[in-house]
Structure formats: structure tokens, C-alpha cells
Design a protein around this ligand. Sequence first.
Ligand code: G3P
Length: 229
Amino acid sequence: MKPPIILINYKAYENSYGEKAIEISKKIEKISKNYGIPIIISVPATMIYKLSQEVELIIYAQHVDSVRHGAHTGSILPEMIKDSGAKGSLLNHSEKKIRLDEIHEALTRMKNLGLESVVCIDSYELVHPLALLKPDAILIEPPELIGSGRAVSKERPEVITKAVDEVKKVPGVYLLAGAGITTGEDVYKAIQLGADGIGVASAVMKAENPEKVVEDFVANAIKAIDKRQ
Ligand code: G3P
């Protein structure tokens, strides 16, 4: 079975850093190990090193800058996240947009460093042009549904099916769907519609029992992938 891709974006929620981030990451790690499914956590840059020491999860940054070494105060370079223990990064999240030339430059640098990349986009029309830049995956998220509790797979299923058609034109690029994913059923539906996995934030980071939520997501993702094969 090709495992489903589950990406949990910690954003800047209260539990995205410090002891609380370690605690939630350990809970996610437990599910990942129990089900034998790798889970990606996309964490604040300040937490990459610490979490890479604490848990066996795939750790991503949430953003990298495409500038090169030099006088760039405040910049986070691909080289820096790699050195801290990240395996990859999100790029161009709706909440951290960058220009197309910056996406291209960052992707080239990340590839040269052996880092994985997930490029976020907000409409399916952008899937093909961005897939041609050969990120590892594209994460499609209609911005109006982000953090809404209304799942893309239920509210705008056509966004996923059209994105899947577009991504197929470029072999080797995965398609993830996100925005408003709340229940295991949302995850199941996204994968049934053709996505290789999902991106999620609030449903996990704001949950009273994140372990239960992630377990439900993983179990449904596996069920959906099994059914597809
Ligand atoms: O990167 C994933 C994220 O933008 C989705 O957010 O809160 O709708 O799951 P949320």
C-alpha cells in the first residue's frame, strides 16, 4: 500500500512551540508508530531542532526564504532548516505567500540540498504550472475554508477532482487537499476524490484530544487508500 500523506501544520497556535509542542508531537508520533504511517508536522522554525531531537516524525518548516547567504536579517534559508533537522518545508502557504520567482528559486535550492517541498496553492488552475516546477507535492487549499471547520472535500469537492486531473499531467508530484478538514470522514472523502493525502491544522491544534483526532484521520486515510487500490 502506498501510504496516505498526512501533513499537520502547527501554524502559530499556542501549542505550536515549547513544551506543549513536544507534548502534542509525542501524541502524533504514537499514532504514526501504531499505524506504521509516516506523518509530516510543519512546525515553527524555532522548534525544528528541538522536535527533531524529541520525535520520529517528518519535520517540515512552514516557510523558507529564497535569498542566499549574506546580509538578509530575519531570513530563514533552506540551508538553515536542513541544518536544524528539517526534512522539507511548505512554500507559499495562503498565510505566507511568496512570488512565483521566489517559489522557483526556493525549490531549486531545496532540491539541491535534498529537502522535500510542498507548494501550497489556492486554486486548481495553478496546479499544472506549479507542478511543472517539480515540488514533491502540491497542497490545494481554498482560502475561504481554511480554519472554517467546513471541509474542502465536502464543500468544494470539484476543487480536488480538478486538481487531481491537473497534477496527473506531471508524473511524480503528489496532490494533497486541505482547508477545513475536521473529521475522519472529511479525510476519507478527500482521498476518495483522488488526493494522495491531506493537510490540516485547526482540527488537530485546537482539539481537546488531538490524539483521537489524528487517529481518526489516519484510520480513515488508510481505509480510503485501501479501497482505491
Ligand atoms: O496548512 C493546512 C491549513 O492551512 C489548513 O488549515 O485549520 O483549515 O485545517 P485548517
